[in-house]
Design a protein around this ligand. Structure first.
Ligand SMILES: Cc1cc2nc3c(=O)[nH]c(=O)nc-3n(C[C@H](O)[C@H](O)[C@H](O)COP(=O)(O)OP(=O)(O)OC[C@H]3O[C@@H](n4cnc5c(N)ncnc54)[C@H](O)[C@@H]3O)c2cc1C
Length: 419
């Protein structure tokens, strides 16, 4: 059964048939004995990789194996923010490529992912921070990326309800990337899954990889809870569980797994029309189309593989919210959850070969990997298909930690709680 092609006609056809004619968005594939490429992890990055492998690199015999249900990981748990407001040379072209792919994604995969370029505003609370953001904005502009430095008056006009005259954290301005914004996260997983499925990719859910088969230094397949699957090449896109899966090949990664929580409030009338980040603490917020405030803050601060967070961090995030917007003090929290973050030691990702021939690694996304989904998929597909890095992904080498060539985006040291 092939998945449906969405169009105005299919909408009308199904509307008059009481919506009984829709077919599943992707097949429930069962494992074949062998694939040319097996991608481990049915999150955003794994699915995007499979899609671009089939779409741009002409490969068809591909499987994505996912231990749970599709989209159970961070792709369905993030706060949906996309942006390309980076500073360092390795990151800038990569994240801008991602932004450009977001801009054409819905047409590309024929799926409404609710890409909303509502703007991302980083608030400034000190003169030193203004200098840092001016530098960042200049770096962005030099790479052809939009950036605008706003003074306090311009921010006040845009978001008059912020606590501008807070004695500790006065708001002095902000760095705006107008093309940044939000994308409906699960729709990204569903859209890539459907588009990959239409190109013949097998998406195999409830299939956990429990071992990697390596013969003579070369990958030959994966052991799973649904049997052994032979593979010419294997790509790991396991986000928070990257270290566990890489360990199956005897690899020790420069990655720690930490919990990051997200929060949604009850529905409110629209009052925030962009994404706002608090520059004096760690708090960021946007408002969903249903009216809920979607927000988050720091990681929980201890290593964990639990997909849930703890109360002290909830208090910390709410303190950040209150410092910025005291008016939301009586708003009720509707939902809260956690995801497992693959925190790299310099805050930047890894898209690279491994010492095992035919085994590739995509990891280290910290809490910024959602915005990277399209470019990460494209670069990982390029690497797997051609055995060389994509031109915009050349910086994300695994050996940069050994070489001391880290990409320390915030210049804050090698501690996951400081990125
Ligand atoms: C609360 C929160 C807020 C965030 N907010 C943002 C944001 O606003 N903007 C942004 O850019 N980023 C954000 N992120 C980060 C972003 O979500 C992640 O960096 C990104 O989603 C990771 O890539 P992924 O989608 O492939 O991960 P995942 O969806 O986690 O995919 C990895 C998959 O691998 C599977 N897997 C693991 N081990 C195995 C195995 N042995 N066998 C088979 N399958 C396996 C997992 O089940 C999982 O489905 C946030 C993350 C969280 C948790």
């Amino acid at each position: 059964m092939s998945s449906v092609q969405y169009s105005i006609f299919s909408l009308l056809r199904n509307a008059v048939r009481d919506n009984r004619g829709w077919t599943p968005a992707w097949r429930k594939a069962t494992p074949a004995p062998r694939y040319d490429v097996v991608i481990i992890g049915g999150g955003g990055h794994g699915l995007a990789t499979a899609y671009y492998l089939a779409r741009h690199y002409g490969m068809r015999n591909i499987a994505v194996v996912e231990r749970g249900w599709l989209g159970n990981g961070n792709i369905g748990r993030n706060t949906t923010i996309i942006r390309s407001n980076y500073l360092l040379p390795g990151n800038l072209p990569f994240y801008e490529k991602s932004m450009m792919l977001w801009e054409g994604l819905e047409q590309d995969i024929n799926f409404n992912a609710m890409v909303s370029q509502r703007g991302v505003l980083n608030l400034i609370h000190s003169d030193a921070q203004r200098n840092a953001y001016a530098r960042r904005g200049n770096a962005m502009r030099l790479h052809g990326i939009d950036a605008e430095l706003l003074d306090a008056r311009a921010v006040r006009e845009k978001l008059p309800f912020l606590d501008f005259d807070n004695a500790r954290f006065p708001i002095l301005g902000g760095l705006l990337q107008a093309r940044g914004g939000t994308v409906r996260h699960d729709a990204v997983a569903w859209g890539y899954a459907r588009a990959a499925d239409r190109l013949g990719v097998d998406i195999i859910e409830n299939c956990e990889v429990t071992g990697l088969r390596i013969e003579g230094g070369k990958i030959s397949g994966v052991e799973t809870t649904r049997g052994i699957i032979a593979a010419g090449k294997v790509g790991m896109a396991c986000a928070g569980r990257s270290s566990q899966v890489a360990a199956m090949a005897g690899l020790r990664l420069p990655i720690e797994s930490h919990v990051l929580q997200a929060f949604v409030s009850e529905g409110l009338k629209p009052f925030i029309d962009c994404v706002v980040t608090f520059g004096a603490g760690h708090f960021y917020v946007s408002q969903s189309d249903k009216g809920g405030l979607v927000f988050g803050g720091d990681i929980d601060g201890y290593n964990s593989y639990a997909q849930r967070g703890n109360l002290p961090l909830i208090e910390d995030v709410c303190e950040g919210a209150m410092a910025l917007m005291p008016r939301i003090g009586r708003v009720r929290l509707l939902r809260q959850w956690g995801g497992i973050m693959d925190m790299s030691m310099d805050g930047s990702p890894i898209i690279d070969r491994t010492p095992v021939d035919g085994l590739y690694l995509n990891a280290g996304w910290c809490y910024g990997g959602f915005k990277a989904t399209p470019a990460s998929g494209l670069c990982f597909a390029h690497l797997i298909a051609r055995d060389e890095p994509h031109p915009v992904g050349t910086a994300f080498r695994l050996d940069r930690f050994a070489r001391g060539a880290v990409i320390d985006e915030k210049g804050m040291g090698a501690q996951p709680n400081l990125h």
